[in-house]
Each structure stands twice: as structure tokens, then as C-alpha cells.
Ligand binder design. Structure first.
Ligand code: ZN
Length: 297
């Protein structure tokens, strides 16, 4: 499988900003790590694809979290992404699978829910993180992120997100695009863009034909693209044994004492990557000693 790549650039004399991405490997890794059924794969895959693109809009050490909190059976969807193309995520109930919708497609809106909120939190190195929230308007997610960009970021955008799952549940293709209108864009250019988007096959169909993100971008805006660059997209969790230890120490001496007495061991599973960190009694006693010394300080 080819590596995942994101292409970004400015088009039409700087009046259009465009991103196109292939996330097949990323979404397949999410599927395998979380043992997801197809509808969950599609919902988390679309959100992770949006996350990869929104991460590519950040700079330096900036990072963001997307929370999709709908009233559907999937529960909460959480995706973290950063400017280095690193993405991770999970869905609360990965084993949800619904019957296909009326169009014969995976029923993402039914699984996510058509009521609820999408929250985006960006850590951009300021004291207070940026927070943007929108109500879910469709649950299919591409429309919801379109609405997010228009309202929370005041940037009219076209968003396409696609995840194609094979009959055996494995991933065939995943990818997406975001096209954003910058100041100065004319009505004629907007019409031209709308026509290009309407005439374009679904992203997963283009990927199935072997088209690259670079070619998907040209389907949208033609050849008049400048300032293009690429970013590798990959699954990357930020958890580590060290971080889990610090979390346990932060529980405090009383709670740690209780865990040692009642269970004699502890297993902490990372929500994002499903890795399990286990601690035996001597290790927990060492953490307890550290928690106690913190209390004295
Ligand atoms: Zn992890």
C-alpha cells in the first residue's frame, strides 16, 4: 500500500486554498487497532481525514482535537492531529454496524447521530486554546465540517471525505479534500469551482482509479496551482509508559494504595491506540512512593 500523503497549495492567483489527501493506511490502522465494524470505520475514517487536513493548516508545534458528540450509537468520536501529519483517534463504540442507508451506503449519519455537536480545540501555543463548536447538521460529516469552516472559521469551504470499505470489512480507500475561498474570489470563480466539484467523481472512486492526491487537487482547481507542497500523513499516538506513570502518580497516594490493596496490579489501556500498559505490585509501590514524596514537597 502506498504511503499516505497530503498535497496543499494555493490556486487561481491565491484566491483558492486547496488540500487533498489520501488516508488509506491511516484509516486501515485505526480500523485494525480498534477492531472496528464498517460503519464505525467510515465515521472515524472521515473524521480522521478531516483531522489530517485541519492539522496541515496548523504551523510548528500546534495541534488540534476534534470531538464529534452525536446522539447515535457510535458515541463520541475523538481525533487528534498536528502540523507534522500525525493523526490518532478513536470511537467510543467501535463495534457499531448499521444496515446500509437508502442509497446503499454505510449509514454514517445514523451511526453518528443527527443531533449533537462538533467541538474543535486548537492548541496554538497561546495561554488559552482556541475552541470552536457547531451543531451537527447532517451527521455525514463532510457537510458538518463545511458548516464548521463557514461558521467557526469564517472561511467558505467545500469539503469532501470518503472511506470505502471492502466486503470483508477491510479498507479499500480513504481520502478527502478541502477547498477554501480566500478574499477576492469572484462569483464566476465560485461558480466554476461549484461546477468542478459537482462534476467530480467521489474521492474513493478517484483513488480506486489510481489517482493521486495531486491529481484530485487538479480535478478541483485545474492546473493553475502555485505554492504546492506535500506532507506525509501517519498514525502516531502520543502515549508512553512515562506518561501513563505520571497519570497514575497524579491519582494520589490514597487511590494508589487502594489499587495496590484491592487489585495488586493495574492495566491502563490508551483510548487512542489501544496499547495496554501493565503495572505489577512492586512497580505500583514505587509509584506510590513517588506520589507520597510529591505530597511532602
Ligand atoms: Zn496511545
Amino acid at each position: 500500500m502506498e504511503k499516505d500523503i497530503l498535497v496543499r497549495g494555493m490556486a487561481w492567483g491565491g484566491k483558492i486554498r486547496v488540500f487533498a489527501v489520501r488516508t488509506t493506511r491511516l484509516v486501515e490502522e485505526l480500523r485494525q487497532r480498534h477492531n472496528m465494524h464498517p460503519t464505525a470505520t467510515a465515521a472515524l475514517g472521515r473524521t480522521a481525514t478531516a483531522g489530517a487536513i485541519m492539522g496541515a493548516m496548523l504551523k510548528g508545534k500546534e495541534k488540534l482535537t476534534i470531538q464529534v458528540k452525536g446522539d447515535g450509537p457510535l458515541g463520541q468520536i475523538v481525533v487528534d492531529a498536528n502540523a507534522d501529519g500525525e493523526v490518532r483517534g478513536y470511537v467510543e463504540h467501535p463495534d457499531v454496524h448499521l444496515a446500509s442507508n437508502a442509497q446503499g451506503k454505510l449509514d454514517v449519519a445514523g451511526a453518528v447521530g443527527r443531533n449533537g455537536y462538533i467541538h474543535v480545540t486548537k492548541d496554538i501555543g497561546m495561554k488559552e486554546p482556541y475552541r470552536g463548536s457547531i451543531p451537527i447538521i447532517s451527521g455525514e460529516l463532510a457537510e458538518d465540517f463545511t458548516y464548521y469552516f463557514a461558521t467557526s472559521e469564517q472561511t467558505p469551504s467545500v469539503v469532501g471525505l470518503g472511506v470505502l470499505v471492502d466486503r470483508d470489512g477491510s479498507l479499500l480507500h480513504a481520502g478527502g479534500f478541502v477547498v477554501q475561498l480566500m478574499p477576492g474570489v469572484t462569483d464566476e470563480e465560485i461558480t466554476r469551482l461549484e461546477q468542478a466539484v459537482a462534476a467530480m467523481p467521489p474521492v474513493t472512486a478517484l483513488l480506486d482509479q489510481g489517482e493521486t492526491p495531486d491529481e484530485i487537487l487538479r480535478f478541483l482547481v485545474g492546473d493553475d496551482v502555485s505554492l504546492m507542497d506535500t506532507l506525509d500523513i501517519k498514525f502516531q499516538c502520543q502515549c508512553s509508559a512515562d506518561r501513563v506513570e505520571r497519570t497514575l502518580i497524579s491519582l494520589g497516594a490514597d487511590d494508589l494504595q487502594q489499587i495496590i490493596e484491592e487489585d495488586g496490579q493495574a492495566e491502563i489501556v490508551c483510548h487512542f491506540c489501544n496499547e495496554a500498559y501493565t503495572f505489577n505490585r512492586p512497580q505500583l509501590e514505587q509509584l506510590l512512593a513517588q506520589a507520597k514524596s510529591k505530597m511532602v514537597q
